[in-house]
Write a protein that binds this ligand. Structure first.
Ligand SMILES: Cc1ncc(COP(=O)(O)OP(=O)(O)O)c(N)n1
Ligand SMILES: Cc1nc(C(=O)O)sc1CCOP(=O)(O)O
Ligand SMILES: [Mg+2]
Length: 487
């Protein structure tokens, strides 16, 4: 073994020989090898720098002409970076940075997938490298205290990791949600990266699980799971506890590491809101596909009649969307619509106004990007009401998921006279959105009997419409035809 190289680099170099013999030592091939293990340091660094591993792997497996690299030049660059970072040993994340810096065309492709190269550089070659000696325990006078602290951290890291794996499975197989799965994975990678900042192998060397009485203690509660989402709830609780312990004990070794764990704990809290609470509300919307937005003045007939007809044709949610009414009239109209929806057995959502939604006991509120935040609306409406959010691009969609939206509007799919100034997001956004997450999504904007098939063709299963129902002589027939197209 060459002590200049980490074991991971040694293993990789052994593969280089075969690739060189085949004349296929390419930047893409090395990158693929570096991220084979999703828990590896390079994979962690890429996720931290904005890349989704799923997307990266999709891209890597697509056919392409590779960018050839020379082994000598690669090792030379990596060794220089290693010196810059103050490390004695070449590690796989430094090699990754060398690959990215030697192959600007590859870097450009990764940037298109969301990669932020400067973030990788800062992580791998920090301006003030956190040297192990700066982590030498300052407050721990006795070696036995150091060992005890290390054991607590080791146990905490294992617990956190176990819970994160379970939550990863929950998001992947129960919610089948790509974005939430990635978000949980990122927390796991970031935890590894944070704990890697502690002196080398401190955790592993002190592992004495056999002596850890805690591993043998269990309460009957640990074996009771009545519903699948209990698994998520319980594991979030365990995770928060593990993070709390990691945070407290790591303060004895490094305040920086403790601060990073605290930040991770807050991220986990946000994910818990989205995943646990979201699960209940998702279930409520599971079978709802047709959502109708109504404005009194745009209906060819009365609001009450339009609601009853639309519901008879298969509309399952009605939103009152009024932009020009004085509050008192708006309140009055909302109350009438809420009654009409209740009579028709469908959900009633109030646009823009959580206060009025609460006053009329609506099923929820819909918020745009400039309206009140989900968090503020939650304070007004409590935990059980639906909160929908309009999204027009992937960034907004991801934010809405983390904010705990119960559903999202995705659009505009097409240009629409109902909201003429909104730039069209288009079908490609709809396709990306349904691939990204399984949060209930209603495509909106210019959807009618002529355009609905194109919307379904990109994988959308729910739509929100306005003019096609409001201006129909027979809203019931239109609703039936829309449902038919969605079936
Ligand atoms: C289901 C649904 N999706 C999107 C919107 C649009 O909301 P917003 O962007 O706040 O615009 P206004 O409708 O308030 O003009 C919506 N209302 N419903
Ligand atoms: C109110 C609204 N919001 C949109 C968005 O993309 O956020 S599109 C839209 C108008 C929907 O009406 P119609 O079905 O008549 O096109
Ligand atoms: Mg709005």
């Amino acid at each position: 073994m060459d002590s200049r190289f980490s074991p991971a680099i040694e293993r990789l170099l052994a593969r280089f020989d075969a690739w060189e013999a085949e004349q296929s030592l390419t930047a893409e091939r090395i990158l693929a090898a570096l991220v084979e293990d999703e828990e590896s340091l390079p994979a962690t660094r890429l996720v931290q720098a904005g890349l989704s591993l799923l997307r990266l792997r999709d891209w890597l497996t697509a056919p392409k002409v590779g960018i050839s690299l020379s082994r000598g030049e690669l090792l030379h660059t990596a060794t220089q970076l290693c010196r810059e970072s103050g490390q004695d040993q070449l590690t796989s994340d430094v090699l990754l940075l060398a690959v990215v810096e030697l192959a600007p065309a590859l870097c450009g492709q990764l940037v298109r997938l969301g990669f932020r190269p400067e973030q990788l550089r800062t992580a791998v070659v920090p301006e003030n490298p956190l040297r192990p000696e700066s982590l030498t325990p300052l407050q721990l006078s006795e070696p036995t205290e150091l060992i005890a602290t290390a054991r607590v951290l080791d146990v905490g890291a294992n617990r956190a990791n176990e819970s994160l794996r379970i939550l990863d499975d929950y998001c992947r197989f129960v919610l089948e949600d790509r974005y939430l799965t990635e978000s949980i994975k990122t927390v796991r990678h970031d935890l590894v990266a944070t704990l890697n900042k502690l002196p080398d192998s401190l955790l592993l060397e002190s592992r004495e699980t056999i002596r850890d009485v805690g591993t043998r203690i269990s309460t009957t509660g640990e074996f009771q799971r009545t519903e699948i989402r209990e698994v998520a709830r319980v594991n979030f609780k365990r995770l928060q506890e593990a993070f709390r312990s990691l945070e407290e004990f790591s303060k004895l070794l490094s305040v920086d590491v403790a601060a990073e764990i605290e930040a991770l704990r807050y991220r986990v809290y946000t994910l818990e809101q989205a995943i646990v609470r979201g699960s209940d509300l998702r279930t409520r919307l599971r079978d709802l596909q047709l959502y109708v937005l109504l404005t009194g003045e745009q209906c060819v007939a009365s609001l009450d009649w339009t609601i009853a007809e639309a519901a008879a044709g298969g509309a399952q949610i009605v939103q009152l969307r009024e932009k020009n009414l004085p509050d008192r009239e708006l309140f009055d109209r909302a109350r009438r619509c809420a009654d009409a929806c209740r009579n028709a057995g469908i959900l009633f959502i109030m646009n823009d106004r959580p206060d009025i939604a609460r006053l009329v006991d609506a099923d929820g509120v819909h918020l745009g990007q400039d309206d009140l935040t989900v968090q503020a609306a939650r304070q007004i409406l409590g935990p059980d009401k639906l909160i929908g959010v309009s999204t027009h691009n992937l960034t907004q969609l991801r934010q809405a998921i983390l904010d705990g939206a119960s559903y999202v509007g995705i659009g505009p799919a097409f240009a629409t006279a109902t909201k003429p100034h909104e730039p069209v997001a288009g079908l490609e956004f709809l396709r990306q959105a349904v691939t990204e997450s399984t949060l209930p999504m209603f495509a909106i904007g210019g959807i009618n009997l002529g355009t609905i098939q194109a919307v379904c063709d990109v994988g959308v299963t729910r739509v929100a419409v306005s003019s096609v129902i409001a201006q129909a002589e027979e809203p019931k027939l239109v609703a039936m035809a829309l449902r038919e197209a969605l079936a």
